[in-house]
Design a protein around this ligand. Structure first.
Ligand SMILES: C[S@@+](CC[C@H](N)C(=O)[O-])C[C@H]1O[C@@H](n2cnc3c(N)ncnc32)[C@H](O)[C@@H]1O
Length: 286
């Protein structure tokens, strides 16, 4: 069987599977089995497949039943870098790349105005390390501390630091601000993409059954982790520092109320993502 024939057969098998991404994911899966890149798959479309077809169908069936393609390939590209991912970490999302992009702009501005001022950044709840490592690779002069409460997630982050040869990210284990306070770390930039799904909210089985709940769910309104940071940021952020958060697309109103309560004298702004959903919050400490 050729690559092209397998693509056709797989499309027939998945066309009524209720998965919007199946056309792209089939190609990712076949490229993975052919040990080639997606970009090169087109060039070998008439080649015979070189793997055991049973193994492939087994994975395609698992995919049809909800297993994320990233858990089969153990790969997610984020900000141009290939991250190892598995069931211990949140699969880094496209929206989060936009957070990283905005932080890169902020870092450029700070460096432009302050010369080669050494900057320290902390990333709370780093998961795969996607935010911390891509910022570290883009900004080699930064010192970055990234934390997580999950030992297993930190193993994944460690693997990515090594795989991507990132020299300026150090990992810490612990609950929220505690490891930074304990190590007397004070940052110029605090970044956090916390679990923000309200604990009773219904979400797709694809996410609920395969991604770690510690990375997804918060308390009843989904704002627990923001409150925790808003109450104690002074312990870990320097004067003139900046706090950067991702949040749920429907949380702006409630989050803004909290910001006004905890930061009555600070400047803040929200930003929309590419889908025109409010997603990002920045607070400038004056
Ligand atoms: C939404 S995920 C974000 C992962 C990664 N930063 C990203 O953007 O792809 C939230 C992360 O927070 C971690 N986490 C959950 N509770 C925590 C806590 N109390 N203290 C520190 N990290 C926590 C989870 O293990 C998970 O890795």
């Amino acid at each position: 069987m050729t690559v092209n024939e397998l693509i056709q057969k797989s499309e027939d098998y998945l066309k009524d599977s209720n998965n919007a991404n199946y056309l792209a994911d089939i190609k990712i899966l076949i490229a993975f089995f052919m040990k080639t890149s997606l970009a090169k798959l087109y060039a070998i479309q008439n080649d015979k497949i070189n793997f055991k077809i049973d193994d492939y169908w087994q994975q395609l069936m698992a995919y049809r039943n909800g297993k994320p393609i990233q858990h089969i390939t153990n790969l997610q590209n984020f900000y141009g870098y290939d991250f190892y991912v598995d069931y211990n970490v949140l699969i880094p999302r496209y929206e989060t790349e936009e957070l990283v992009d905005n932080i890169n702009i902020i870092i450029d501005e700070i460096l432009l105005n302050n010369g080669d001022k050494p900057l320290t950044l902390i990333d709370i709840g780093t998961g795969s390390g996607a935010i911390a490592i891509s910022l570290g690779l883009e900004n080699p002069s930064l010192t970055i501390y990234a934390s997580d409460i999950s030992t297993e997630a930190l193993k994944v982050a460690k693997r990515n630091i090594k795989q991507l040869n990132c020299k300026n990210v150090k990992l810490l284990e612990g609950d929220m601000l505690e490891p930074f306070i304990k190590n007397k770390i004070k940052a110029d930039l605090l970044v956090c993409n916390p679990p923000y799904i309200p604990k009773n909210q219904n979400i797709s089985n694809r996410v609920k059954n395969y991604e770690p709940h510690v990375a997804l769910f918060s308390d009843i309104d989904g704002l627990y982790f923001y409150r925790e940071i808003f109450q104690n940021w002074q312990k870990v952020v320097k004067k003139n520092g900046i706090l950067c958060f991702e949040h749920g697309y429907d949380q702006k109103k409630d989050l803004e109320k909290l910001v006004k309560e905890y930061f009555p004298n600070q400047k803040y702004y929200f930003q929309k993502d590419i889908n025109k959903k409010w997603r990002i919050l920045f607070i400038n400490i004056l």
